[in-house]
Design a protein around this ligand. Structure first.
Ligand code: NAD
Length: 421
């Protein structure tokens, strides 16, 4: 039995899922190719992921390929009730609703685990860590899992290093066709979608502070610059800081940036990026948002201690007034702004990420050799296949090596590979 809040919203959910499905040709192509053989027949798949239209379409594809699915949300604010309702109507078990409390969130994860999964898709590792902590009795039957995001992989690698991980986990995030496109272009676009639709304010001419110049930060900074903002980057890694400098951004410590920024976006995967000493320096009217996986990048507990909550001037904006009269605005409760206050990444981007998830699950099922109980990479062939399918779907073709070029590139003797030279 499912537990959701608004079953009456199912028709709207179906509409949204159908719309994105038309823009996810790679995943659709994989579904068409593999569904006749039903590779996941008889397997239980537990999924913990931002529950919106694109993930729902992925769930449907797995269902079409034989899997018995149980789904929960990976973030209290990213679940869309209409989508949950549509999935339930499609025969998928769902435990999720928008705005769950911490207890409800944990309960939904517990129920999603309780089915006894053979396969797992996680986003942030909450499901996998809960399974290890609370249901050791179910670990042995898990063939393997796939993890969607950077933060989840950090946690899972720590588990593996401690000898604690009980099954193989495929690092889908670390495939090129994931982080190059999803983290960079997906986050780059959807973060600004979230900020702009939430605030309805202009970006051009503003000073935007991007914390963390990783894959997500690069995208967020590039799109901010494209919208006409002056971009400041804060970093702890000198190589990434240098890269940001060469890209033309100003780089400085957060304490300096705090006094200059009009809009802040944290994308570090670390905690307390904007904390007590920074709050003291913020300009009146500064807008704070986070794009990292957990709501720990802006120290909200301290913000609430230092400043009085002044209500919500608009949906998803909380105003806080400091004793000296300055007011700052927190978007989406400090949770990932692109999912808490928008629809997440564009469908064409998630087409790549979820095609990789599909191939990761196929790899776990088809692989005959036992895989190590470690965080492992998806075979490079998966990246190649997904990229090729995507560019073909875009009507683009590329060159291939001639026989002479192949010989040239595979020989260390220049005269053999290039006889007339
Ligand atoms: N919003 C989304 O839709 C979305 C999509 C993908 C990933 N994510 C999440 O975004 C976060 C970043 O992911 P990524 O792939 O860019 O990771 P990444 O490892 O490529 O980049 C993180 C960067 O932050 C820097 N950093 C770490 N601690 C810092 C600190 N204290 N101050 C300043 N900089 C610091 C690191 O040096 C690194 O360059 C993760 O939590 C990830 O799970 C969110």
């Amino acid at each position: 039995m499912s537990i959701i809040r608004h079953p009456e919203l199912a028709p709207e959910g179906h509409r949204r899922i159908n719309w994105v499905s038309r823009h996810m040709p790679v995943l659709s192509g994989l579904a068409e190719k593999h569904s006749p053989s039903r590779p996941f027949q008889g397997l239980k798949m537990s999924v913990c992921i931002h529950l919106e239209a694109k993930t729902a379409y992925m769930a449907r594809v797995f269902q079409q390929c034989g899997a018995e699915l149980t789904v929960t949300g990976s973030n209290p604010l990213s679940t869309q009730d209409a989508i949950a309702a549509a999935l339930v109507e499609s025969g998928i078990r769902v435990f999720a609703w928008h705005g769950v409390t911490a207890e409800e969130y944990a309960d939904h994860i517990r129920r999603t685990i309780a089915v006894g999964p053979d396969l797992i898709i996680d986003d942030g590792a909450d499901l996998i860590t809960a399974l290890h902590r609370e249901r050791a009795d179910l670990l042995a039957q898990v063939r393997g899992a796939a993890e969607e995001t950077t933060t989840g992989l950090i946690r899972l690698r720590a588990m593996a290093d401690n000898g604690y991980l009980a099954f193989p986990v495929i690092a889908v995030n670390d495939a090129y066709c994931k982080y190059l496109f999803d983290n960079r272009y997906g986050t780059g676009q959807s973060v600004w979608d979230g900020i702009m639709r939430t605030t309805n304010l202009l970006i051009a001419g503003k000073t935007v502070v991007v914390s963390g110049y990783g894959w997500c930060g690069r995208g967020v900074a590039a799109r901010a610059a494209g919208l006409g903002a002056r971009v400041i980057v804060t970093e702890i890694d000198p190589v990434r800081a240098l890269e940001a400098v060469m890209e033309g951004y100003r780089v400085m410590p957060m304490l300096e940036a705090a006094a200059l920024g009009d809009i802040f976006v944290t994308t570090t995967g670390c905690k307390q990026i904007i904390r007590e000493e920074h709050f003291a320096a913020l300009k009146n009217g500064a807008i704070l948002s986070n794009a990292g996986h957990f709501d720990v990048e802006i120290d909200i507990a301290v913000l609430k201690r230092l400043a009085e909550h002044q209500g919500q001037p608009r949906q998803n904006i909380d105003a806080y007034r400091f004793k000296d009269g300055r007011v700052v605005y927190l978007l989406g409760e400090g949770r990932l702004v692109n999912l808490a206050a928008a629809d997440g990444h564009p469908a064409e981007i998630m087409d790549l990420s979820f095609a990789l998830q599909f191939l990761a699950m196929l790899y776990l099922v088809h692989n005959k050799e036992p895989l190590p109980k470690q965080v492992i990479n998806l075979p490079a062939q998966a990246d190649h296949e997904v990229a090729l399918l995507k560019i073909r779907s875009m009507g683009i073709s590329i060159d291939s090596l001639t026989t002479q070029q192949q010989a040239y590139l595979s020989s260390w003797k220049q005269d053999e590979a290039n006889p007339q030279a």
